[in-house]
Each structure stands twice: as C-alpha cells, then as structure tokens.
Design a binder for this molecule. Sequence first.
Ligand code: IMP
Ligand code: MG
Length: 175
Amino acid sequence: MEHLDILISEEEIKKRVKELAKEITKNYKGKDLCLICVLKGAIMFMVDLAKEIDLLLEMDFMAVSSYGNEKTSSGVVKIIKDLDEPIEGKHVLIVEDIIDSGRTLSYLVKILKDRKPASIRICTLLDKPEKRLTDVKVDYVGFTIEDKFVLGHGLDYMQKYRNIPYIAVMKDEDN
Ligand code: IMP
Ligand code: MG
C-alpha cells in the first residue's frame, strides 16, 4: 500500500516462521503441546507457525483486552474470551503478535499458571524490548524491532490492516 513502508517482508516472515517452527518441533518432541493464540493480533502468525510445526498439537484461542484507563492498567487485563479446553498437565506455548510493555503477557502467564500446565512458554512474532515494563521471559522471538508503531500480518491500527501480508510502518509518521 502506498502510504506504508515495509519493515519486514512476507518472505522474511515466512523464512523466520519456518525456523521458529523447526526449533519448537525439536524442543517439544514427544510432548503434549498446546498453542494458545492471543486474539486477534496473533492469528496470522499462529496459523502460519502451526502449519510448519511437525507435531500433534492442540490450538486454542483467548481474547484479552487491557483496560483503557491508564489509572487501572497496572497489568490488569480483562478476559473477553477464555480457552475452550483445560490446560492442566499440558505444555502450553502462548503465541503473541508483539510484546511491548509486557503487561498483557505477564497477566496472562499468571492466570494460566494457576491452571497447572506442565510448562508455559512464550512465542512472539515481534518484540519491542525498549518499552518493557515487566520482566516477562520470552522464549521464542521472530524479530526484535525498534520502538515504532507497526501494523500488518495480524497487527492492527484501529482494527484495520490486519490482512496486510507484511509488517509495515505508516509513512511520514513520527512514531
Ligand atoms: P503490552 O501489554 O504493552 O505488551 O501490549 C501488547 C499488545 O499491544 C499487543 O498484543 C498488541 O495488540 C498491541 N501493540 C503493541 N505495540 C503495537 C504495535 O506497534 N502495533 C500494533 N499493536 C501493538
Ligand atoms: Mg494484541
């Protein structure tokens, strides 16, 4: 699209997703893996990743939202849609689009840990470490990026642009 600058191309994403999937396949061999997609941003990444992982696995979905009011956004997120299946005893891999402050993920990890999974790890397509406010441990990172607002491949700007097959930034935007 004309008003977008490509930051990470479709080919680069595909290549990196394959590498991550290979690593995950190796690390979870013989285990019950459950991929948890954090809706909606992680949908494209999770689908691509799942197709490249050579294991019998489960896919489940969760939707959360941060409280908009800054005064109450101290790591508290609201569950909009919970998982369909229990995760007790399963090896859980949370699949995220991007980690910014890390607040969403810290909270998610906390509530999912209470359900007694065998293990819980995090896989994110993008990581913006500069903005991190929590010490959440990320196990698999697709790309580490600068602190810029990005969109595409699942990531939105006001709910649009999720269908763009690459990661982009808005042109002439001072972000
Ligand atoms: P955190 O709790 O600050 O880590 O927020 C992470 C969430 O904020 C992600 O799951 C995205 O939905 C959203 N987000 C953070 N940075 C961006 C961005 O550059 N583009 C689009 N969404 C973003
Ligand atoms: Mg999101």
